[in-house]
Every structure is written in structure tokens, then in C-alpha cells.
Design a protein around this ligand. Structure first.
Ligand code: NI
Length: 140
């Protein structure tokens, strides 16, 4: 349900616009200024959702760990079971003999999603991890 497009003009310094156009070009042949600006605005608005209680977001947590680390996989499972209403799906990839990549998809209250992410990524032995959130589409 796309709403009508409204045109408006934007003023910016020439060098900033040149740099922006290079960025637009790197996004591919189908990209244009308007489309890229719309994406950037949506990103900014999604980032803002973080601090609003009661706002539902979707997100993914990507993490990498050594499954030999004592009790680590058990602790990761415990947290995911504690929040089974928010955790929609988990993908586990055995990268090599030691390392696992796990991607957890979540949906729920923004602040709760961040809390779950902090819990998972804070477990000792998680080598690298990050949370990415996106709108569920309801607010954009
Ligand atoms: Ni594995």
C-alpha cells in the first residue's frame, strides 16, 4: 500500500552531492537519488524506533562462536527458549571444525529485542555478533 509520491527540493553543498551521487552509482544501475534518499530516511526512522516503548520491530542477531567453549551452546539455547515468543527462527551453520555461525530472527517489542540481543551477545565465548533491526513495515 504505497502512498502517493510527493516531490520536494533539497539543498545541499555541491561536494556533498557529488559524493552522494557516487554512492548512488555504487548502489547499481537501477538506483537513483530519490530511491536512495527514501532508503536512508527509512533507516533513520527505523533507528529511532529503538527508543519508543511498545513499538514492534523485526530483527536479526548474527553471531559467531566456537562450539567447543564450555556450556556455550547450552546457554545460547536457554536464552532462546526463554524468549520463544520473540525468536521466530534460528539458522545454524557449522563453519569449520570449531566455529559456528548462528543467525536468529526475532520479532517483538524493540526494547525487548535489544535486551535479548544483549543477553545472547554477552555470553562468554561469543566471538563476534551484531543486532540488525528493521521495521515490520507497520510504521513506514
Ligand atoms: Ni556448529
Amino acid at each position: 500500500m504505497a502512498s502517493d509520491l510527493i516531490r520536494f527540493s533539497v539543498a545541499m553543498p555541491e561536494d556533498l552531492l557529488e559524493t552522494f551521487d557516487e554512492y548512488v552509482a555504487r548502489r547499481g544501475v537501477n538506483a537513483n537519488r530519490s530511491e536512495v534518499i527514501r532508503d536512508l530516511v527509512r533507516d533513520a526512522l527505523v533507528d529511532e524506533l529503538w527508543d519508543k516503548p511498545g513499538v514492534e520491530v523485526a530483527g536479526t542477531i548474527t553471531m559467531m562462536y566456537d562450539h567447543h567453549t564450555s556450556d556455550l551452546t547450552h546457554k545460547l539455547d536457554e536464552v532462546q527458549h526463554d524468549f520463544c515468543n520473540e525468536v521466530i527462527s534460528t539458522m545454524h551453520v557449522h563453519l569449520d571444525h570449531h566455529n559456528c555461525l548462528e543467525v536468529v530472527a526475532l520479532k517483538g517489542d524493540a526494547q525487548k529485542i535489544r535486551m535479548i540481543s544483549d543477553r545472547l551477545l554477552g555470553i562468554k565465548g561469543v566471538k563476534e555478533g551484531r543486532l540488525t533491526i528493521t521495521s515490520t513495515g507497520r510504521y513506514l
